[in-house]
Write a protein that binds this ligand. Structure first.
Ligand code: AMP
Length: 185
């Protein structure tokens, strides 16, 4: 199964993505995690990404798209994958669609985790400065970037008939059950 998980920062995407990917036995591909690992290791990719991540803005599309294309070409992603944090704007979504259409392996489902802004701000603040980009000012900016750049993907995928909107408020188990029920597994 080829899945995308979309939702605002703090919606619980990372947690849900890990659980869902494990239960479907597909790789969990988080662009944020890949970027953070590269920043941590001081790779050229990490050096390119760091300033954008620290500011809560998107890393340029050509950098991100190339990284994801490489990752999806790895053998473990042939049978399916769960993308978490990608695509993040319409340009990335078009690049992904073209790549998947070329191999006749389109997305099966795009799950939108719906959580209101109050909830996500509280969740992110209670994550407790664990991440460099979890300060209130950067959180606010990441939410603005989500609203302007990423939220249009919801309509994009709805028009293509693959969107499933899930209530993201509740315990981890409750939300996981909701997601698995729309995937019918
Ligand atoms: P995340 O862990 O998904 O919240 O991502 C953390 C940061 O990594 C974001 O604020 C961006 O700076 C960068 N990032 C992650 N995914 C993408 C993407 N698909 N496009 C551009 N930047 C991204």
């Amino acid at each position: 199964m080829r899945l995308v998980l979309v939702g605002p920062p703090g919606a619980g995407k990372g947690t849900q993505a890990a659980v869902i990917a494990q239960s479907l036995a597909i790789p969990h591909i988080s662009t944020g995690d890949i970027f953070r690992a590269n920043v941590g290791q001081g790779t050229p990719l990490g050096l390119q990404a760091k300033e954008y991540m620290d500011a809560g803005t998107l890393v340029p599309d050509e950098v991100t798209n190339a990284m994801v294309a490489d990752r999806l070409a790895e053998p473990d992603a042939v049978a399916g994958f769960l993308l978490d944090g990608y695509p993040r704007n319409l340009g990335q979504a078009d690049v992904l669609s073209q790549q998947l259409d070329a191999s006749k392996t389109p997305l099966d489902v795009v799950v939108e985790l719906v959580v209101d802004t109050e909830h996500v701000v509280q969740r992110l603040l209670s994550r407790g400065q664990g991440r460099a980009d979890d300060t209130e000012e950067i959180i606010r900016h990441r939410l603005e970037v989500y609203a302007s750049e990423t939220e249009p993907l919801v309509d994009y995928y709805r028009e293509r008939g693959v969107l499933r909107a899930i209530d993201g408020v509740g315990s981890v188990d409750e939300v996981t059950d909701r997601i698995l029920s729309v995937l019918k597994v």
